[in-house]
Design a protein around this ligand. Structure first.
Ligand SMILES: Nc1nc2c([nH]c(=O)n2[C@H]2C[C@H](O)[C@@H](COP(=O)(O)OP(=O)(O)OP(=O)(O)O)O2)c(=O)[nH]1
Length: 244
């Protein structure tokens, strides 16, 4: 769905289950996966509902899986099972439609951040913040997506403002949760989505808002004082530069 990871996860939790059977939480790792199950004695021998949330260039991929075993003996179970399967599938479809609509509405309230890993040969551009709570930390240049703005249009606009160059976005690299408050929103509501990009030929980057810019090789990335939220993105950037 076209919503960041945290929105997809939080809305799924708030909407609850697609059926009235009460389920207990088994494990929940925000915003990546959650698993619920029902134990014996409620007409089901076992039912588990798992959801996995994965960041993609198009938004969040939500995978839902329902596993069950009925308490009915062999032949009866074999008759009931396909009926049950159809009902579960129907309930899931209705649930997912409502869920996608709710997530799209909720996404409008979240200020999203987008960043660029600008690549030139075997180097990537990193930028040092010059003010605010992360003053002195290194980051991927970029900024907040404006209301109604497309994510990649925001990326191109922000890089133009910050570095004075036109860029062409290439591939989606990953998404991380920003624990802090972004633009007065709820803590942990926003995420940073990073795309690789290249600078249009012939242009030179200039630091209009950062205190310093550096073009680094894969091996130089780790030692910087990064904004902590960005660190999980470094393996994807290393891979982009051809290093594991
Ligand atoms: N650009 C960028 N922002 C990041 C990164 N990591 C990270 O936690 N952030 C946070 C810091 C800020 O809270 C927020 C981005 O805000 P910003 O101040 O850069 O956005 P902006 O350019 O739209 O700023 P402004 O016009 O509101 O001053 O995201 C990163 O790698 N790049």
């Amino acid at each position: 769905m076209e919503a960041p990871l945290t929105v997809a996860f939080d809305v799924a939790r708030a909407l609850g289950r697609p059926w009235p059977v009460p389920l207990e939480e088994v494990v929940s790792v925000r915003p990546f996966h959650d698993v619920y199950a029902v134990g014996p004695g409620r007409g089901w021998r076992r039912l588990t509902h798992s959801r996995r949330f994965t960041a993609t260039g198009a938004g969040t991929l939500v995978e839902e899986q329902v596993d069950w075993a009925t308490a009915l003996p062999g032949p009866l179970g074999r008759v009931v099972d396909p009926l049950l399967r159809r009902r579960v599938r129907r309930a899931m479809t209705v649930h997912l439609d409502g869920y996608a609509a709710a997530a799209a509405r909720r996404a409008l309230d979240v200020v999203q951040v987008v960043g660029a890993a600008l690549v030139d040969g075997d180097r990537v551009l990193v930028a040092q913040r010059s003010s605010g709570p992360y003053d002195g930390c290194w980051e991927f240049p970029g900024g907040k997506v404006e209301p109604e703005e497309e994510e990649l249009a925001a990326l191109v606009r922000e890089i133009g403002e910050e570095l004075g160059v036109a860029v062409v976005p290439q591939a989606f690299l990953g998404e991380v949760v920003l624990d802090g408050v972004v633009a007065g929103g709820l803590p942990g509501a926003s995420t940073l989505r990073v795309w690789s990009a290249r600078v249009e030929t012939g242009s030179e980057v200039t630091a209009h808002e950062h205190s310093e810019l550096r073009w680094l090789t894969a091996d130089e990335l780790e030692s910087l004082d990064w904004i902590p939220a960005d660190r999980p993105l470094l393996p994807a950037v290393r891979a982009l530069l051809g290093r594991r």
